[in-house]
Design a protein around this ligand. Structure first.
Ligand SMILES: C[S@@+](CC[C@H](N)C(=O)[O-])C[C@H]1O[C@@H](n2cnc3c(N)ncnc32)[C@H](O)[C@@H]1O
Length: 210
């Protein structure tokens, strides 16, 4: 096996062909100074949402809607995505992307607020999929909330789980990287979850609630 996986990684990130809706959402993300999910992660989100047959999904960190459009494209026609972001300009850009994607307005519930305040108000065991892509210092708290929110068999997805290859380097002890290591162990050791990390994008951590 070749030790250097970077060419395979580049290949898989370059393989998805994104349509105008996602390209425009990426442009708006960059104009707003945001870092949307990579093309490989966007494609993975669509596949995972479709494979999970989710009817109810929650997203932490709407941004300008690249990940939201990708999740919506995998969900069934009656499924609803609840997406949370405290920044009204980001939510406005995301609503444009959802509308351009042809998704009916009643399939997205955009909530303006911080996930720490909003997640505790959502119903226990009511969601099939939770995607976390915001505010890394609070990931441990969001994981606890996600476990509470997920139905049995529900899927938790965490973006940037490898923190640009920093998580695997024990010499890096910076707080954000240490938090992601802690989250990886916390999920691995949680008997209610079965988990793995895909080396897509900056690492996509997947966990299913047993
Ligand atoms: C990396 S961007 C999300 C990108 C988006 N998932 C995508 O792929 O298009 C992070 C987003 O998280 C939002 N955010 C920051 N703190 C937050 C918090 N406490 N709760 C929820 N969202 C937060 C930011 O406003 C920003 O829009």
């Amino acid at each position: 096996m070749s030790a250097d996986k970077s060419t395979s990684w580049s290949y898989t990130e370059a393989l998805p062909v994104e349509d105008l809706v996602l390209r425009r959402a990426r442009e708006r993300s960059h104009e707003l100074g945001l870092f949307p999910v990579s093309p490989g992660v966007a494609a993975a989100l669509t596949v995972l949402a479709a494979a999970s047959k989710a009817q109810t999904a929650v997203e932490v960190g709407t941004g300008a809607g690249v990940s939201g459009v990708s999740i919506l494209r995998g969900l069934g026609p009656r499924a609803v995505l609840t997406t949370i972001d405290p920044d009204v300009d980001h939510l406005k850009a995301a609503r444009e992307a959802f509308s351009e994607s042809g998704s009916p307005a009643n399939r997205t519930r955009t909530i303006s607020g911080r996930a720490q305040d909003v997640l505790p108000r959502l119903t226990d065991g009511a969601y099939d999929l939770v995607f976390i892509d915001a505010d890394k210092p609070s990931f441990p708290e969001y994981v606890e909330q996600a476990v509470r929110l997920l139905k049995q068999g529900g899927l938790l997805i965490i973006n940037d789980a490898l923190d640009k290859d920093r998580v695997s380097d024990p010499a890096i002890r910076e707080a954000g990287t240490a938090t992601l290591r802690r989250v990886g162990r916390m999920i691995r050791d949680n008997e209610a979850l079965t988990s793995t990390i895909l080396p897509t994008g900056d690492g996509l951590l997947l966990a299913v609630k047993r």
